[in-house]
Design a protein. Structure first.
Length: 312
């Protein structure tokens, strides 16, 4: 294939991202991990699945970044996931070192790549990638909003019995406990959720969405969610490689939008071949604006901790 996507971290989210991407037959794939043999084994297994579904994609696993040379997109999933009771912020110290190394090593082989970051704490790790890579803001985007919005859509579908295809949800803000499900804009076939659902049911959905990742961590006990985060990355990679100009909620570097600067934050972004082409600004309800400010304060605090750990 003429395009190439390299995934750094071949664990649960990395390997599942490769799976979703291979099905889309978008690009040749490279899986990189520090564990010897593991990315090679997973790559071979995935490669051997492709004749069954008739997809012609090269899949390679490696412990060496040389295999990633000339990638169009680098996906960073390397790092540790949460354990029950942990917040995403608890991962910061460990994952900052891993994401810094992944960014620097990948960039040497693919100086023009667009980076999609998935490692948590998400907004802070995307910020780190942009800063250590000295990358222009449009070439770094963090995956969180598609996932959080999909969780909300799934919960609305469970509540109402309506097809997920009719349900549009928009979750903005930081990818943490303070994320902001925009209930005024989220809708079922054009009808606002605020009209469609009783207030207490809507509030329960908002609450479950905010805690959606933690709910899965508590159930799994040995890791965090991977199907939904991975398919969200695949959608973003497809939008970029196909130059779709697709608008999705994602973490982008803000320079004044929503009154915020020098922060990665979940906002509606338009994705195309150049990466983040545009950031859209909603006119927000007062309660949503206040919630976004609270969420931004949490991300700012995390970025401050990052500055105390890494010279960027
Ligand atoms: N370089 C490359 N890979 C690394 C490095 C490194 N320096 N350090 C760790 N890894 C690899 C691990 O060996 C492991 O295979 O990253 C992989 C992470 O996979 P999992 O432990 O299965 O975790 P996963 O569920 O994929 O989550 C990874 O994404 O969604 C976030 O919160 C999640 O921060 C976590 C990250």
């Amino acid at each position: 294939m003429s395009s190439k996507i390299s995934i750094i971290g071949a664990g649960m989210t990395g390997a599942t991202t490769a799976h979703w991407l291979a099905e889309r037959e978008l690009a040749d794939l490279v899986l990189v991990d520090i564990v010897e043999g593991m990315p090679q084994g997973k790559a071979l297994d995935l490669l051997q699945s492709l004749p069954v579904i008739g997809k012609d994609v090269a899949v390679v696993g490696s412990n060496d970044y040389a295999a990633t040379k000339g990638s169009d997109i680098i996906v960073i999933t390397a790092g540790v996931p949460r354990k029950p009771g942990m917040s995403r912020e608890d991962l910061l110290t460990t994952n900052a070192q891993i994401v810094q190394a992944a960014t620097e090593n990948a960039l040497k082989e693919s100086p023009d790549a667009i980076f999609i970051v998935l490692t948590n704490p998400l907004d802070t790790m995307a910020y780190l990638t942009m800063k250590v890579g000295k990358l222009p803001p449009e070439r770094v985007v963090g995956q969180a909003g598609i996932l959080d919005s999909a969780r909300m859509r799934a919960f609305v579908a469970l509540e109402t019995g309506v097809s997920v295809e009719n349900i549009a949800c928009y979750v903005l803000g930081g990818h943490g406990d303070e994320m902001v499900p925009l209930t005024s804009r989220s809708n079922i076939a054009g009808i606002s959720l605020r009209e469609y659902l009783p207030a207490d049911r809507l509030e329960a959905i908002v609450d479950r969405t905010r805690k959606g990742g933690g709910e899965i961590v508590s159930l799994l006990k040995t890791g965090s969610a991977y199907y939904a985060p991975a398919v969200a990355v695949a959608q973003m990679a497809e939008a970029i490689l196909k130059d779709k100009h697709l608008i999705v909620p994602a973490s982008a570097y803000l320079q004044g939008e929503y009154g915020l600067t020098d922060i990665f934050f979940g906002v509606p972004v338009q994705l195309g071949r150049g990466g983040v082409e545009r950031i859209l600004e909603y006119a927000l309800e007062p309660d949503e604006k206040a919630a976004l400010e609270k969420s931004a304060a949490a991300v700012k605090e995390s970025i401050q901790v990052l500055h105390s750990l890494v010279k960027i």
